[in-house]
Write a protein that binds this ligand. Sequence first.
Ligand code: AMP
Length: 460
Amino acid sequence: MIMPPKKQEKPTKEKKDVKKDVKKDTSAESELIEKKIKTPELLRGFKDILPVDQGKWNFVRDSIRSLAESYSYDRIDLPVLEKADLFHKTIGKGTDIIDKEMYVFTDPSNRSVAMRPEATASAARAYINHGMLEQPQPVKLWYTGPMFRHDRPQAGRYRQFYQAGFESFGADEPIVDAQMIVMGLQIFKDLGLNVKVQINSIGTAESRSAYIPELVAYFRSHRSKLCDEDKRRLQKNPLRLLDSKDEVARGLLDGAPQILDWLDDKSKEHFMKVIEFLDEVEIPYELNPFLVRGLDYYTHTVFEFLLADDEGTKAQNALGGGGRYDGLVELLGGRPTAACGFALGLERMVRALAKYDINPPQFPEPKVFFAQLGDAARRVGLGLFEEFRQVKVPIVEAAGKNALKAQLEVANKLGVKITLILGQKEVLDGTIIMRDMESGAQETVDVKKVIQLVQKHLEK
Ligand code: AMP
């Protein structure tokens, strides 16, 4: 049967308005589309660390902090922004950081400032600024925070990245160098990561000044084969040719003069002692005669941490590194002060945990859910929730949900053993409902006794 077409209803005033609104909405939407409002995107080389990754991050941060505390390192927080000069002076011209990577700008007071590319120079500045030279030595400091380098972004290399660092000022004994290596390796061990250390000595500035002309002469005779970057290094910072990642330069290394052969007696002795200490505590290490660090201020021992299965062909794989920097404090105007330290890259540690599917120890599963109905219950609930937390009963709530049904859904999903329900009536009576989620049985109990009752119930 063919139905007659329905007579069109005359729109009422209300319906007319709705229509108008809908029309308004669509036109607003098309206006947005027309304007092509683009959601702002992240800057290249910067990233968000999302809640889903925080477990691994906290695992890394906690392991570092707990090691720092057990070795009596004191935490120092240093500013992100420093006078640019601090880094120019210490890191040195001809280094990638100073020549290409530093975020430098003129601030509103017309000062040249830099986002810190690393924190050792800041730690040395703070050591001088705060008269730590007068304290019992060594002064042992640790820090963690973001660093900034306008490097070419790729996996494992960001423009903002986090480091944790350890610095010991005022001790020149080789055992300090060895202990730094032991501490670094211990952090990786605590995380369940299999990490190796490579070490070398680059001696003193004097022993280097005898070695560098030899190195330059060698590479100059092969100059035409070098890539542009290495030609630049040959001119500006020849030591860095030793850790070039370019195939050609790496191939030439076998015939290159080795810095260890140019070390003066004192440097040799220092290095031998570091190695003896490592042998004594049975720490395996690899001697890498081509290991130099990117920064000018290093002296004597230098070391780098790599995953045990890493071939060391990619600069962006090192998990951390450090060494001795006996001249740094003096360079910044302080008294000559021996010092040694290392920094770890947190992103790379988190990435390594993911690579080996290592997961942080789980937080205790919540056992109790706390449902609260109405404002009065929420007010009382605030204090009660805190009391549960203090006696370490794993309790959760769903603060954003008001209806009991929605709150119970969350409780079910979490698989808790007990749900506590606090409504207007219970607040007035000084009671609370305790519901066993398995049996569904529930009873009303005295709110003052609820913590004890819950603890007893959880022990069952
Ligand atoms: P460095 O100060 O260059 O010796 O770096 C110490 C550690 O910080 C490295 O071994 C890396 O783990 C980490 N690191 C350095 N540069 C970056 C970067 N651009 N992105 C991520 N991690 C970095």
